[in-house]
Ligand binder design. Structure first.
Ligand code: C2E
Ligand code: CA
Ligand code: CA
Ligand code: CA
Length: 279
């Protein structure tokens, strides 16, 4: 496994993170971060577990703060959510990811899907369907190359509206996946109603699966049930060869995690594409 090209992310202690002064300052500075080009995207590889080849990338948002260095999305995405800034920022990430797909194509590289995380607010408030449709058309990118990662809680806020938006996105031909699966409240019965293609098993289950027979059984059950529903399954947070092997045994389709690669800057992602997973 390699870990090149990933920028270091500073995680602040909870007390420091929640300090009202810092929060207020960040909120203020986030307004200008987009126009000052302080935001950037890293791409984390997803590996096809059966063939061991690169299967896609997930676009992950980063903020290079002029004084604090790189700030983790866990700290500023909630601020962006609360202030509504997530709508323009989310638009920007989707645009950047689609531009990256087009750039790789222009460089002669084989097409590979890129996924983007959608926040609840962006999903329900902005016109995400129109945005995606326009982005794909402008860049002349095939819809199946764009994946949207949604969380279970997102569709809880307004189930009917969410379902309608998901159907319209799916009709465009983009791939829909449920992120952090297993951490929310939804059941397979509920999932069955959603027009989705993929499930991402939350990293907490992956972390425990080689030590805990319960966690292993849960992952096995999720994979079996998902496959029964014609869904592909991605495991996130894979950090060891033992986890990768256990996952392969369950029949899980794809894996993502530090064992394969950390999130990479665009340039490092190109290098990774050239050399392939070092396994
Ligand atoms: P997520 O969507 O569940 O993304 C996976 C997180 O796990 C990423 O953290 C990734 O760097 C991290 N990760 C990957 N492999 C491993 C591993 O092997 N071990 C461990 N411990 N962690 C691993 P990151 O980039 O800090 O993002 C955190 C969360 O912030 C994301 O969770 C997502 O909810 C949110 N986020 C990131 N980018 C965006 C974005 O563009 N839009 C929105 N709305 N949210 C985003
Ligand atoms: Ca995700
Ligand atoms: Ca996740
Ligand atoms: Ca998460």
């Amino acid at each position: 496994a390699k870990s090149t090209g990933g920028a270091r992310i500073v995680h602040f202690a909870p007390d420091q993170r929640s300090a009202p002064g810092r929060r207020l300052a960040l909120e203020h500075q986030l307004h200008r971060a987009l126009e000052r080009e302080e935001l950037f995207v890293q791409y984390q590889p997803k590996i096809d577990l059966q063939s061991g080849t690169l299967a896609g990338f997930e676009a992950l948002l980063r903020w290079r703060h002029p004084e604090h260095g790189i700030i983790a999305p866990e700290e500023f995405v909630p601020i962006a959510e609360e202030t509504g800034l997530i709508v323009p920022i989310g638009d920007w990430i989707a645009r950047t990811a689609v531009a990256q797909i087009a750039a790789w194509r222009a460089a002669g590289l084989p097409s590979i899907p890129v996924s983007v995380n959608l926040s609840a607010r962006q999903f329900l408030q902005g016109d995400v369907v129109l945005l995606v449709e326009e982005l794909l058309a402008q860049a002349d990118v095939a819809p199946h190359l764009l994946e949207l990662e949604l969380t279970e809680s997102l569709s809880m806020a307004d189930p009917e509206r969410s379902l309608a938006i998901m159907h319209r996105l799916r009709a465009l031909g983009v791939t829909l996946s449920i992120d952090d699966f297993g951490t929310g409240y939804s059941s397979f019965g509920y999932l069955k109603r959603l027009p989705i293609d993929k499930l991402k098993i939350d990293k907490s289950f992956i972390h425990d699966m080689v030590h805990s027979t319960d966690a292993n059984a849960i992952v096995q059950a999720i994979v079996a049930m998902a496959h029964h529903m014609q869904l592909r399954v991605v495991a996130e947070g894979v950090e060891s060869a033992a986890q990768a092997m256990a996952l392969r045994e369950t029949g899980c389709d794809q894996a993502q995690g530090y064992f394969y690669a950390r999130p990479l800057d665009a340039a490092a992602a190109i290098a990774y594409r050239a050399s392939g997973p070092a396994l």
